[in-house]
Every structure is written in C-alpha cells, then in structure tokens.
Design a protein around this ligand. Structure first.
Ligand code: NAD
Length: 342
C-alpha cells in the first residue's frame, strides 16, 4: 500500500475486527514496518502479531495520538467506540466521544507530516428519512445531505469525515474516507453486546443447534433490509481507496441486499437446521432499509465488493462455530486464545 515496504504504516484500532484483519493483510503484502495501536490491553486484541509494533494507548488523548503517528508514512484510523445497533442506540455520548480520537489523529498526522491518512466512516451517516422503506433504498453518497444521520454514532462519523475534507482543503493533508456498510467475517465480535447482525445470528443458530433447543429470537420484524460486506472485500476496498484519487467520502459496501429473515434462512441452511422464530419488536433494530449504491465505486475503481453473502457467511459461521466450541470447553477465553493464534 505504500511506495516502499519499509515505510512505517500505522493502524489505529489494531486490536479490533477490521484493524486486525488489515494488519494481517499488510503483513502478507510484505510490509516490514507496521505499528498497531489500540486502547485494549494487548492480550485482548483479536489478532496480534509479533513482527508488528503493538502499542496499547488511549487515542482520545492528543499526546498518545502523537506517539502513535510519529514517523508514520501512512495512517489508517479505524479506532472508534462502536458496536451493533444494541450498542450504538444505548451509548450515544460514548460514540460521539470518538471525535476526540479523530481530531487528535488528524492533528498528529499534520504535525508529523504523514503522507496518507485513511478514515473509516459509516453508512450510519445517511439521512434517516431516506431509509424508512423496507425495500432497501440504495444510498448514494449525496444522500448524506441534508444531514439527518443516525443519532450519536452517525453524527460523529459525519462530522469527522467532514473534518478530513477540511484538513485536506485547508492544510493539504492527503485524506481518504470510505463509508463502510455492515462488515462481517472471521476475527470479529460475535458475543458480548457489541456484535452485529451476521455474527449474532450465526451465534444464535449455533447455540440452538448445540442445545437442541430449536428456537431463535430476532430483533425487530425480520423484514428490515441491509447489505453485508465480507471482510476480505472491505480490506481490498480500503487498499484501493487509499491509493485512489477519490477525494469525497465513498461507499464501501455490498449491493446484495437481504432481509434479516433471509439472512437467518442462509445461516440455517449452512447449519442444516430449521428454527422456530420469535420476533422482539421492542429490541433496537435501526433503520428499516439500507443498501449501498455502488455507482461511484464502480466508476472510480472499476470494482465493487463481490463476495456473495452465502460464501462469506459459510466462512464466518465456521469460524464462530470453532470459537464457540473452544469457549464451551472452557479454554482460556476466546479473545485471548485468538490473540495467541498468530
Ligand atoms: P472494533 O470495535 O472491532 O474495532 C475498533 C477498535 O477501536 C477496538 O479494538 C477498540 O478497542 C478501539 N478503540 C476504541 N476506542 C479507542 C481509543 N480511545 N483509543 C484506541 N483505540 C480505541 O470495530 P471494527 O468493526 O473493526 O470497526 C473499525 C472502524 O470501522 C470503526 O471506525 C467503525 O466505526 C468503522 N465501521 C465499522 C463497520 C462494521 O460493520 N464493522 C461499519 C461501519 C463503520
């Protein structure tokens, strides 16, 4: 991703799902100098590599962002306090506080002359009024304005992506911004309250299968539509966007929309069972419909995320199943165990 493989690449949020997978890919691409930074203690990182400089730092603090960014050629800022709908609906102030991370990371990038800066925004920036229909309206980049983002988390993302734009326009910093649409895959959060729909549904189906209690509870009516992007497509997209001339925030998501019920159908098929469904209409469920309009990414990059949901879910289900079994056996905690599996 850089001109030479000896330039220092920094990944903020390295202990998380996308950050860990990004570092894993950067290593296989031959990058020799990588620094990963996350607020979590090292033993809780989902993936951790011995040949990477791993730092446990709170990036809300400016001095820590400076320590993280010093000597960096490229910075990927994936650090944020976030989770699925259950988390972001109940923790709006916490989500908004991620503005401290983004502000200080941008300032530090400027101070240390970072050559390229990537920021991960979200489909949650889109205007809520455009997502009321269940038939998955495809959101194009212009639909973020007039602004009516997801309360808390989405407003922070919209503000921070705008700040990237002005750091570029006013200070000449090279910034690239992608709006991720629901990312899923191995090495992601799959239990504990921050997991998103694909991981939560895989886990629930596994629990039902293992316990022989063939029931599943679904948040909302199950008719909400979404698209889900497999992690490998996400990492490829980050790479392409970082190296592109695309200055505006751009969608990075799959355009294969499904209802939550269809998502459950696929996971049931993979597991080879059929479950009795109950619907929790009072649970957090987010907007009714959302899909990624990929006109721009196809135009600029001649590519769009293309792993089918079926293929991506098979890999994800298998990974969560292994994690679940290890956890049931009481093996030292899944996250710690994953961190050790380098
Ligand atoms: P994640 O929660 O697995 O990773 C985020 C990491 O940031 C965590 O490891 C967390 O400990 C770290 N972090 C939080 N506060 C920090 C702080 N003060 N200092 C240092 N590190 C801190 O989430 P993810 O799915 O890997 O998401 C990565 C980025 O992509 C986030 O910015 C997120 O908002 C964005 N995004 C993700 C999705 C998705 O579906 N996963 C969708 C849209 C946008």
């Amino acid at each position: 991703m850089t001109m030479g493989n000896y330039n220092l690449v920094v990944v903020a949020g390295a202990g998380g799902f996308i950050g860990g997978n990004l570092i894993s890919t950067l290593r296989t691409q031959g990058h020799k100098r990588i620094r990963g930074v996350d607020i979590k203690p090292l033993e809780e990182w989902y993936q951790r590599f011995d040949d990477v400089e791993n730092l446990s730092l709170d990036l809300n603090l400016r001095e820590n962002c400076e320590m993280a960014s010093k000597d960096a050629y490229e910075v990927y800022n994936l650090a944020a306090n976030m989770g699925g709908m259950g988390f972001i609906e109940r923790n709006k102030a916490l989500c908004m506080l991620s503005v401290l991370i983004n502000t200080h990371m941008l300032q530090a990038a400027l101070k240390y002359g970072v050559k390229r800066f990537f920021y991960s925004s979200s489909a949650c920036v889109y205007n809520g009024d455009k997502q009321k229909a269940f038939e998955a309206p495809s959101l194009k980049e212009a639909d973020a304005y007039p602004a009516l983002a997801e309360d808390g988390y989405g407003w922070e993302k919209l503000f921070s992506e705008r700040m990237c734009r002005h750091f570029h326009e006013d200070f000449g910093l090279y910034t690239r911004v992608a709006r991720f649409h629901n990312v899923y895959g191995p090495w992601g959060t799959w239990y504990g309250g921050r997991e998103k729909a694909p991981a939560a549904i895989c886990r629930k189906v596994i629990e039902a299968k293992v316990s022989s209690k063939h029931e599943i509870d679904i948040w909302g009516s199950g008719n909400q539509t979404r698209s889900f992007m497999f992690i490998e497509d996400c990492i490829k997209g980050i790479n392409l966007i970082m190296n592109s001339e695309v200055l505006e925030p751009i969608n990075l998501g799959s355009s294969e929309a499904v209802t939550i019920n269809q998502l459950v159908d696929i996971v049931e098929e993979i597991a080879g069972i059929k479950l009795r469904r109950t619907y929790d209409l009072s649970a957090p469920k987010g907007v009714n419909g959302r899909n990624s309009d990929n006109t721009l990414i196809k135009k600029y990059l001649n590519w769009e995320p293309n792993t089918t949901l079926r293929i991506g879910l098979e890999k994800t289900y298998r990974w969560i199943y292994d994690q679940y079994v290890a956890r049931e056996r009481g093996e030292a905690g899944v996250i710690r165990e994953s961190a050790a599996a380098r």
